[in-house]
Design a protein around this ligand. Sequence first.
Ligand SMILES: Cc1ncc(COP(=O)(O)O)c(C=O)c1O
Length: 416
Amino acid sequence: MHAQPQHMDTRVLHDAVKPDPETGATTPTIVQSTAFAYETAESLEAVFSGREPGYVYSRIANPTVTQFERRITALEAAQGALACASGMAAISATALALAGTGDEIIAGNSLFGGTHSLFSRTLSRYGIVTRFVQATDANAYRKAITDRTRLIFVESIGNPKLDVPDLAAIAGVAHEHGVVFAVDNTLATPVLLRPKTIGANLVIHSTSKFINGHGHAIGGIIVDCGTFDWSSPRYAHLHPLHKRIGNLAFLSYLRSQVVRDLGCCLSPFNAFLMMIGVDTLAIRMERHCANAGQVAQFLAGHPRVDRVRYPGRPDHPDQALAQRQFGGRYGAVLTLELADRTSCFRFINGLKRARNLANIGEVRTLVIHPASTFCREMSVEDRAAVGVSDNLVRLSIGIEHPDDIISDLEQSLAMI
Ligand SMILES: Cc1ncc(COP(=O)(O)O)c(C=O)c1O
């Protein structure tokens, strides 16, 4: 028998989870306090200066948020994590902690629209240039590396393109050049993949999706796998910290400089909701994936559906890689193509249970028309790169009974 649980179903419930030492409470205690009081000026000074451990102000750290960070750190077998107000906050803070004016990011070109906008519009205004490359072409990342590259960023399953980059190959390129490799693992979650095992240095989740799972809180997290040497010459701004505290330099800089200054902290109540979500993450993902596979098969055989994209389908270009990388599970998100935009709108309007909203990863089945919603600001070329056309619908398959999900889709397809 292993002393440590080996299975995610057990680990999500027990890793870094203990009853409250003071009260015995078995659910996470919500420490809803802005600041933390100390008896003497000397003791507060000691905590402020970092000589003593302790909490000061919840914009920097909070005990409930720490509990959530420890749970994700344990699931990712990482050295530490920092939770943020949203997935976008986590990505922004990561980019700003690594790159400054004149520096470059290399990103797969099939990113979530918000991340694409951050890299292509917002960061470029501050002189941080992003080179977008074909997400699934490991060589393209190699060709794009320059002396100014500070970050390689990909999604483990592109949203909504659903392409699957070869993370181990891209990690190899990043390591060859001493560049940080960050994986947005939102769609796969630690249940399908722990990116550390294939060479990622940082893992980012929008915890608003599957980790929360119930659509009741926005959040994000940055995980430092502990696999990058922060004394690397590309990150000179981290060297003084590295000299003092070794490989915790990045997390420390992120917390005590970037997140402190941006103020993009996670609230204790949202950390509580995230932890309740983590409890059932493994079993939900199992059901999400099983249901999505059945739905993809149903849709692929439907005469009104022109095309289905799901990494688990035999006709998906990255299916073999996805099978290897995610151990035979492919997530909850899939897309379908209908005749035209009018058919998509009719299909969405005809659904009785699936909810038409801008999210993925909730327990209920969700649907959206990307071109008219979260991709509407993109140019036609950028939309094509992220795999979004006017006749495309995205589904996030929930954990309802699969027959009920399929019957809802079927009745609506019959009406278009
Ligand atoms: C893959 C991915 N990363 C990041 C984000 C941004 O997360 P948030 O909405 O929590 O800011 C999203 C949101 O949809 C996403 O799908």
